[in-house]
Design a protein around this ligand. Structure first.
Ligand code: HEC
Length: 121
């Protein structure tokens, strides 16, 4: 019984592995496909600058402004954080440089606030 089960599982793994390879190798790209891909790429980069400003601002005021100032210009607690990229802001949130606490916010909330901060001038 156990052996039968193992064989079954083995078969399923093998079959799905083959399926993946075929999908990747088959079908040369048509012009239409390539166009579609380009559109997808364009969309992805657009998404990176999109954020929910009102939610980001509310979180920033609640969790960050005490140290970085309501206008992001810095206060006694922390430096100004204007002119940084989204990646720089995200990594600061994750790493917590110096006395800044790690992961004050995480996940989508962190992404959203980072995108918003990076877009402030
Ligand atoms: C308890 C105070 C405190 C809080 C709360 C805090 N920070 Fe900081 N943050 C600091 C300090 C202090 C530094 C500078 C650390 C160092 O480099 O020594 C810093 C550094 C940073 C940097 C890097 C600045 C640079 O020039 O590289 C960014 C970006 C940043 N914080 C964003 C945030 C965001 C976004 C939040 C809210 C989610 C936040 N911080 C919450 C104190 C704080």
């Amino acid at each position: 019984m156990k052996k039968l089960l193992m064989t079954l599982i083995g078969t399923i793994i093998l079959t799905s592995a083959c399926g993946t390879t075929e999908d990747e190798v088959d079908e040369p790209q048509t012009g239409e496909d390539i166009e579609q891909n380009e559109e997808e790429i364009a969309n992805t980069s657009d998404e990176e600058v999109l954020y929910d400003a009102s939610s980001a601002e509310a979180v920033y005021i609640g969790r960050c402004s005490g140290c970085h100032g309501q206008d992001l210009g810095g206060r006694s607690g922390g430096p100004g954080i204007i002119g940084l990229s989204k990646e720089e802001v995200l990594s600061a949130i994750e790493e917590g440089p110096g006395i800044m606490p790690k992961n004050v916010i995480t996940g989508e909330e962190a992404e959203n606030v980072a995108a918003w901060v990076a877009d402030q001038q």
